[in-house]
Design a protein around this ligand. Structure first.
Ligand SMILES: *Cc1c(COP(=O)(O)O)cnc(C)c1O
Length: 384
């Protein structure tokens, strides 16, 4: 056991030396965008609760009611006794929102990618992955045993070249990307990806964790490209929908295959009723008030215009500082002004691109957005 503690201590010391050690900070979220830490109330620009659904009275009530009606947990895999009634309602609602035949709900977005990718590709197949795709796409790709070929971020010429070289040697091919990139806020060219995939008989998977609820009246990034064919539309219930869980929307055949083969569905307990109930309530609110879904992007654009940055494409805006220490210092300075903006460091983002990653929400006040923009403008001037 001594070698185990020695390993952990050395690893921690080396992370500390590079300003890359991370620590949990107990945080209590309140209504609005307020997060309480160490007794201080901060306005958070680091929550992915883009529509304030996690604290919406109807969403909280639906979660409570679901727990009272159906229990605190699902008690087993969905394939055993865990397929409680709210899950099929939720799948119908998600499929309707995404315009697909069917949907499959998983325990989380991470588990969805970990289940979906290895169900569809394996040894002898190829998976081409955007270089900036989310960690759980890479994890699913590794688990699959397929040959993993990264392509340069949003670079269609690079993807085309690699598809041309790799596709003939592979039995099946999958192309995987974020729809909205989680640390940069830019959007994948899903129309061009769709054309390339069709030309090379490759299946397109788009992870729309940050698009659902906030783009195209809530339908997500795929709906910005009406001509695009995206057979695998993955996403999460944990961000704009304010709950927890993940899903894949697609054809009936694909969804039926996932429900019998995806290991993170077969061997993991079903999503708890409260999470499903909350997500259903959030979907109802989005469907009834599409205008609400436009506000996070409007706040992000207010911010980017004030700072003279290119117009935000999504509610996520990065402000890059480069070194981990500079990003941490900027975050600390903002905290002194009452803002919570967490610094994002490698390996979450590439080396040399440590940043403040801002997430704008419908619950932010315009005045706070402007105050934050001006504070960041000042920090950038000092750093330059
Ligand atoms: C957050 C995120 C996930 C994981 O979803 P969870 O429901 O939090 O597990 C997957 N993909 C992307 C792009 C994400 O940002």
């Amino acid at each position: 056991m001594q070698s185990l503690e020695a390993f952990a201590d050395e690893k921690l010391a080396s992370l500390d030396a590079k300003s890359l050690r991370r620590r949990l900070k107990p945080s209590r979220r309140h209504d609005g965008a307020v997060v309480e830490r160490d007794g201080r109330r901060l306005i958070s620009f680091s929550c992915n609760d883009y529509l304030g659904m996690a604290h919406h009275p109807l969403v909280r009530a639906a979660a409570a009611e679901a727990a009272l009606n159906y229990g605190a947990g699902a008690a087993a895999s969905r394939l055993v006794t865990g397929d409680h009634p709210l899950l099929s309602d939720l799948e119908k609602g998600l499929a309707r929102l995404k315009g697909t035949e069917a949907a499959c709900v998983f325990g989380s977005g991470y588990l969805a990618n970990l289940g979906v990718i290895p169900t569809l590709v394996g040894p002898g197949d190829v998976i081409l992955v955007d270089a900036l795709a989310h960690a759980c796409i890479w994890a699913g790709a590794q688990l699959s045993g397929a040959r993993i070929v990264p392509f340069a971020h949003n670079d269609m010429a690079d993807l085309e070249r690699r598809l041309g070289a790799e596709r003939p040697r592979a039995r099946r091919a999958l192309v995987a990307t974020d729809g909205v990139f989680s640390m940069d806020g830019d959007i994948a060219p899903l129309d061009q990806l769709s054309v390339l995939c069709q030309a090379h008989d490759a299946w397109l998977l788009s992870d729309d964790a940050h698009g659902v609820g906030v783009l195209a009246q809530g339908r997500g990034s795929g709906a910005l490209f009406p001509e695009a064919k995206i057979p695998l539309q993955m996403g999460t219930l944990s961000k704009a929908l304010g709950s927890y869980g993940g899903y894949l929307c697609g054809s009936r055949a694909v969804v039926d295959l996932l429900k019998t083969r995806a290991r993170t569905l077969v061997y993991a307990t079903g999503l708890p009723p409260a999470s499903a109930g909350a997500a259903l309530a959030a979907l109802d609110i989005i469907n009834a008030d599409p205008g609400l879904t436009e506000t996070p992007l409007a706040k992000a654009r207010l911010f980017t215009r004030r700072l003279g940055l290119p117009d935000a494409e999504s509610p996520i805006v990065p402000v890059i500082f480069g070194g981990a220490e500079a990003a941490l210092a900027a975050s600390a300075a903002l905290e002194n002004l009452g803002f919570l903006v967490v610094a994002i460091r490698p390996p979450t983002v590439p080396e040399g691109t440590a940043r403040l990653r801002l997430a704008f929400s419908a619950v932010h006040d315009d005045a706070d957005v402007i105050r934050l923009a001006d504070a960041i403008a000042h920090l950038r001037k000092v750093a330059a």
